[in-house]
Design a protein around this ligand. Structure first.
Ligand SMILES: Nc1nc2c(c(=O)[nH]1)N[C@@H](CN(C=O)c1ccc(C(=O)N[C@@H](CCC(=O)O)C(=O)O)cc1)CN2
Length: 283
């Protein structure tokens, strides 16, 4: 039997519809959520993502600013910019598009964003709050993964979730979120022995390593939910995930495609975080 496809685009569209209603109520009180997106340099993929973030703001009626600065911008200049937006009242969310040029220390930038406006959920205080289960702005891609699972009826509670990848942006936070949802969580990485065997034990398999088509059908337990967070561009220009989608289709119970799976959830969850931050600012 063929796996059921998890269409992230359509789930993302319904969440945006829900957000639109919430925003209308919020705006009727005279308050408009505001987001600033800062892009350093001209990385082509980042330019697309930043444009899509501005479009999402427009679609939902948010105030938005896109600040494009040259790749040569110094770390101090970028820190000054963040300082300005930390105190600008009509801005509820600050996002610095990653990756940054090599001469800028990512951690220094993330740490400088006010915790309340950290709509990426990357600030150490938000990460700490996620760890201890307190209210936090949650990282967008990982919270998008949880939404995909819940909205397809694949609730993590009691399931064995295996996460392949341990990045600060996806692997670690998605593992913490799955734990918070009462899954039993295993994290695998480049030094894990028998990684295929580990993966095969998963009821929910989340893959975020950046290796095109790494996961084959013999890594997947029959009926498992396979969530592919990878977005890799092949030499022919086509996109593919970290999972060999065609190969796993007749073994998995559910699978996300690339493109059109996890990716579209990232910007939608950013919009949800910006609204949350705006609401908190006016409590
Ligand atoms: N500050 C941040 N930087 C980056 C983040 C982030 O969450 N915060 N994530 C990624 C880039 N990203 C958003 O910024 C992002 C990546 C992918 C998608 C997406 O919709 N992907 C589509 C395919 C798009 C394409 O055709 O290229 C899909 O998978 O269907 C949206 C946002 C790194 N930087």
């Amino acid at each position: 039997m063929s796996a059921q496809i998890i269409y992230g685009k359509s789930i993302s569209d319904s969440i945006r519809q829900e957000l639109l209603h919430e925003v209308e109520t919020f705006k009727s009180k005279g308050i408009t959520p505001g987001l600033v997106v800062i892009l350093v340099g001209e990385d082509p993929a980042s330019q697309v993502y930043v444009r899509n973030k501005a479009k999402a703001c427009e679609q939902l009626g948010y105030y938005s600013e896109v600040v494009r600065v040259p790749a040569e911008t110094t770390q101090d200049e970028l820190l000054e910019l963040i300082k300005k937006y930390n105190t600008q009242e009509n801005i509820n969310g600050i996002l610095v598009q990653l990756p940054l040029p090599k001469h800028i220390e990512e951690k220094a930038i993330i740490d400088a964003i006010s915790v309340e406006k950290d709509v990426d959920g990357f600030h150490p205080e938000n990460v700490g709050n996620l760890m201890i289960g307190d209210d936090a702005l949650l990282p967008c891609t990982p919270s998008g993964v949880i939404e995909l699972l819940k909205r397809t009826g694949n609730h993590p509670a009691g399931k064995h979730a295996v996460v392949i990848g341990r990045s600060n942006i996806v692997g670690k936070p998605v593992a913490m979120l799955l734990l918070r949802e009462n899954a039993t969580v295993t994290i695998c990485h480049s030094r894990t022995q028998n990684i295929e065997e580990m993966a095969r034990q998963a009821d929910i398999l989340v893959v975020a390593v950046g290796i095109p088509k790494l996961v084959k059908k013999d890594w997947v337990k029959p009926g498992a939910v396979v969530i592919d967070v990878g977005v890799n561009r092949l030499p022919d220009g086509k996109l593919c995930g970290d999972v060999d989608y065609d190969d796993v289709l007749d073994v998995a119970g559910w699978v996300t495609p690339v493109p059109g799976g996890v990716g579209p959830m990232t910007i939608t969850m950013l919009m949800a975080n910006t609204l949350k931050s705006a609401k908190r600012a006016h409590e």
